[in-house]
Design a protein around this ligand. Structure first.
Ligand code: FAD
Ligand code: DHB
Length: 390
């Protein structure tokens, strides 16, 4: 079988890239390892930058987000019992973020691809990119038990951190940077109204907590937990008790509790692979980089990568000009590293690190005190939180 761009992975980056290309007449095939139900059952990101919102609109997948997404002009940071508001709108000259779940974005992109006749294969095994250092790359895989080969002009590796694309690159051609944090995030979803109409990032001596939401009737809460914790050790009761202890008393009192219908633990890491292009193979999104979730940058970065790659492929196919494509890795990485820095900074400032030396602990406390007391520092925080331009 042959196609113009073979996309590995049907997460948000693969689906979005596939749609943008499909809409300008470039043929794509998406190969996904798991089932559609599995893809749609993943609960992940929830905060969308304006740039990402524009990209989803450009792909014709913005209607439900614009109808149901919640516009957030600010958020709160609490420190022990204190409450501080970060006025995103006021500090950035009118910018905002939209709260709309990754699950919904994925569903909208899947529906749009189906409506426009794009081809996605699910439950595909043994996906492997080949010969991407030549002009004739191809991808092999097993579909319904049958060995299949896709000849193409480009391969987009949109297959996440554990995917096959980055692994297929020879070790000597790639450099990676990594930091693993000594804690995780335990997250739950519950059909109870959120404690506040804005997100609350809570710094507390017992550990970090985050009050988020998916709608006016569905809450998403996270607490910092030990890296090795198992969810079996975290009953709903234990979770709600611990969450409330990390919030100022007046907020804790207002938390509506209820049964969780999703509960999972995510490890926290920063990771960047350089470069993001190897001949005719491009790495996109989590396949190339991971940020800890504090600051909600993971999904938004995947979308800005798609923007740079789409522009490059469009000028290659429609204008026979490769300048933009040749700049992909450099352009994407410049923005990636800024989000990696911001996510590391937010994570370090708001979490409690086990075994932190007393000097470092005081510096971290002071970083937060300074940030909350300085308009200049809050402006820098807000500028990054709403998303750097692209
Ligand atoms: P993914 O969403 O990982 O999609 C990759 C796709 O490729 C998957 O569907 C996968 O099944 C498929 N795939 C993998 N291997 C293969 C293979 N060999 N062959 C074919 N297909 C393959 N970000 C935030 O901003 N806020 C959050 O709260 C947040 N929470 C997160 C929680 C967890 C547990 C995780 C893992 C991530 C979280 N993120 C969060 C990050 C955010 O979800 C990601 O940045 C985003 O999903 C990246 O999209 P992607 O399309 O690049 O990768
Ligand atoms: C959510 C996740 C984040 O990492 C974040 O910073 C804000 C919100 C969420 O899942 O709702």
């Amino acid at each position: 079988v042959s196609t113009q761009v073979c996309i590995i992975g049907a997460g948000p980056s693969g689906l979005l890239l596939g749609q943008l290309l499909h809409d300008i007449g470039i043929e794509t095939v998406i190969l996904e390892r798991v089932s559609l139900d599995h893809v749609l059952s993943r609960v992940r990101a929830g905060v969308i930058e304006q740039g990402a919102k524009r990209m989803l609109e450009a792909a014709g997948a913005g209607a439900r987000m614009n109808a149901q997404g919640l516009v957030h002009d600010g958020f709160a940071i609490t420190r022990e019992s204190e409450h501080h508001r970060i006025d995103l709108n006021g500090l950035t000259g009118g910018k905002y973020v939209t709260v709309y779940g990754q699950t919904e974005i994925t569903r909208d992109l899947v529906d749009r691809r189906a409506d426009t006749g794009g081809l996605t294969h699910y439950e595909v095994d043994a996906v492997e990119p080949h010969d991407f250092d030549s002009d004739h790359p191809y991808v092999t895989c097993r579909i319904g038990g049958e060995e299949t080969r896709f000849d193409c002009q480009f391969i987009a590796g949109c297959d996440g951190f554990h995917g096959a694309s980055r692994r297929s690159v020879p070790e000597k051609a790639i450099r990676s940077f990594e930091k693993v944090y000594p804690f995780g995030w335990l997250g739950i979803l519950a059909d109870v109204p959120p404690v506040s109409h804005e997100l609350i990032y809570a710094s507390h001596s017992r550990g970090f907590a985050l009050c988020s939401m998916r709608s006016r009737t569905r809450s998403r809460y996270y607490i910092q937990c030990n890296a090795g914790d198992s969810i079996d050790a975290w009953s709903d009761d234990r979770f709600w008790t611990e969450l409330r202890r990390r919030l100022p008393a007046d907020i804790a009192e207002r938390v509506t509790t209820g049964p969780s219908f999703e509960k999972s633990i995510a490890p926290l890491r920063s990771f960047v692979a350089e470069p993001m292009r190897f001949g005719r193979l491009f790495l996109v999104g989590d396949a190339a980089h991971i940020v800890p979730p504090t600051g909600a940058k993971g999904l938004n970065l995947a979308v800005s990568d798609v923007h740079y790659l789409f522009e490059g492929l469009r000028s290659h196919f429609l204008e026979r000009d490769d300048h933009v494509l040749d700049a992909y890795s450099e352009r994407a990485l410049a923005r990636v590293w800024k989000a990696v820095r911001f996510s590391w900074w937010m994570t370090t400032m708001l979490h409690r690190f086990p075994d932190q030396a007393p000097f470092e602990a005081r510096i971290v406390e002071t970083e937060l005190a300074y940030t909350l007391g300085s308009e200049a520092a809050k402006t820098a925080l807000a500028e990054n939180y709403v998303g750097l331009p692209y």
